[in-house]
Design a protein around this ligand. Structure first.
Ligand code: SF4
Length: 472
């Protein structure tokens, strides 16, 4: 450690392929030079990589997703190894042109969850704000390839205004994630103005940025940029690293600057066949990340999006990786393995089963070694009926979900057309048991009040609140 510096900034590695051997360090380490010297054509790629026929076909395809890589990131590619994990992420391949079952344009249903263009409101208290379509380099598996990379179309000031206005007028939104595209490719003044306007919204607790700039273009993380970002705390930043090969001295230096500015750093990875689908690879990645003060946050199952077919793995591959992490390394080094549900269902965590069985008073678990033990539950535990310390509720109706069943606010959640399907077309007066008219239940959540009012239901009272109900 040096005096006054909480963490010594790593030296950068100035190695580069022969084609850039004569570029002075000053230029190589300048993000503007990196951006304006990105490679994109077949000829440019052929100068630094021994391309396979399949890569050549991918590069020459007219319909391919945008292709552009910074010289820095290209310098991490092994020119002789077609299986190089960095190379596969960014070099087109003929396989990406093939479709697959269930492939979608917008697999996460973002457009159908956008009340204004580019603002996705899927969860109750947070929104995703797409602020640009541009990135420093382009990933072959990009989940937003439907909009990302289009050099002629990006979000306008008017659209940013509408997004910010939506957030300001929805007090339940306490968290915004800026993404795109890559927000750190925006002109600094545009980004600063956007952050300033968001920070002025009183109900917005945190601002998050999702960016691959520290990975593709670590030179962009300048003191000036970090000084601008740190004005808007609490500000969080998620980077996107998929393989330990991407954790370079340059990335370490960029992350050190961000972390020293008090910006908590997380990482999201995409699980990809042939790139990082081995437990040892993900473990090495997670260890490399925590060493540079980045917390592994998500390991995503590859989305059902065009271009990603070659990278998709089975869910069991992800579970095997999680099995190899939990217990084998620090909890801080373990990401959440998640599937982002097609159609806009949101992220669901997936993990191996550790709870083997449970009775009224005992729960039986196994650990990572296969050791099995019983946890004896307390005999008289009652969960609190109400929270004594409650902040102001901003809960939006309609999204309380399974938690509302556990809280005793309902008995059943049913798809909207469930009743019609199960009454087989009979009208409500004939649909009850024993020929009696049944209570007409709401289509989404049946409340305890509904059940109390239903004639064919028994309620067992316990104090003021019913604790169980039985549908006849
Ligand atoms: S950096 Fe993110 S948004 Fe940009 S191409 Fe890669 S995955 Fe897509």
């Amino acid at each position: 450690m040096t005096s006054g510096t909480p963490y010594e900034l790593p030296d950068v590695n100035s190695w580069r392929p022969a084609v850039w051997a004569n570029v002075p360090d000053e230029q190589w380490n300048d993000w503007r030079w990196q951006m304006s010297n990105r490679i994109s054509t077949y000829d440019e790629f052929a100068r630094i990589i021994h391309l396979t026929p399949e890569e050549a076909e991918g590069l020459k395809a007219e319909t391919k997703f945008r292709t552009e890589i910074t010289p820095y990131f290209a310098s991490l590619i092994d020119p002789d190894d077609p299986e190089c994990p960095v190379r596969q992420q960014v070099v087109p391949h003929s396989r990406e042109l093939a479709g697959f079952e269930a492939m979608m344009r917008d697999s996460l249903g973002e457009e159908s969850h956008s009340p204004v263009p580019g603002l996705v409101h899927r969860y109750p208290d947070r929104v995703l704000m797409l602020v640009t379509t541009q990135c420093a380099s382009y990933c072959r598996y990009c989940t937003r390839s439907r909009i990302v990379g289009d050099a002629t179309a990006t979000f306008s000031r008017k659209q940013h205004d509408a997004q910010i206005e939506y957030i300001a007028s929805h007090p339940q939104v306490r968290d915004v994630l800026l993404s795109g595209g890559d927000p750190l490719t925006l002109p600094p003044k545009v980004l600063e103005d956007m952050l300033r306007r968001l920070r002025a919204i009183p109900h917005l607790d945190i601002i998050r940025i999702g960016s691959r700039v520290p990975v593709f273009l670590p030179q962009r993380i300048t003191d000036e940029l970090v000084g601008m970002l740190r004005q808007f705390h609490p500000l969080w930043l998620n980077i996107h690293v998929n393989h330990p090969k991407e954790v370079t001295p340059e990335l370490a230096r960029a992350c050190a600057k961000l972390a020293d500015a008090g910006i908590p750093l997380g990482n999201q990875s995409v699980l990809m066949a042939g790139v990082n689908d081995h437990p040892d690879t993900i473990k090495a990645l997670c260890h490399a990340l925590v060493k540079i003060r980045v917390r592994p946050y998500y390991l995503y199952q590859c989305d059902l999006v065009a271009g990603s077919g070659q990278f998709r793995t089975s869910i069991s591959a992800g579970l095997e990786i999680m099995e190899a992490l939990r217990g084998h390394t620090s909890g801080y080094a373990i990401p959440v393995y998640a599937v982002d549900l097609p159609g806009g269902g949101g992220k669901v965590p997936v993990l191996p089963n550790y709870l083997i069985s449970v009775s009224n008073d005992r729960a039986v678990f196994r650990n990572f070694e296969g050791y099995i033990a019983t946890y004896v539950q307390p005999a008289n535990y009652q969960r609190p009926k109400r929270n004594k310390w409650t902040g102001q509720s901003t809960e939006e109706p309609g999204q309380k979900g399974v938690a509302s069943l556990l809280a005793g606010e309902g008995m059943v959640i049913r798809p909207e057309d469930w009743t019609g399907t199960h009454t087989r077309g009979r009208d409500d007066d004939q649909a009850g048991t024993g020929g009696e008219a049944s209570h007409v239940l709401k289509p989404d959540i049946i409340s305890v009040e509904d059940i109390k009012n239903a004639r064919n239901v028994e309620i067992a009272p316990n104090g003021d609140e019913p604790v169980w109900a039985r549908l006849n």
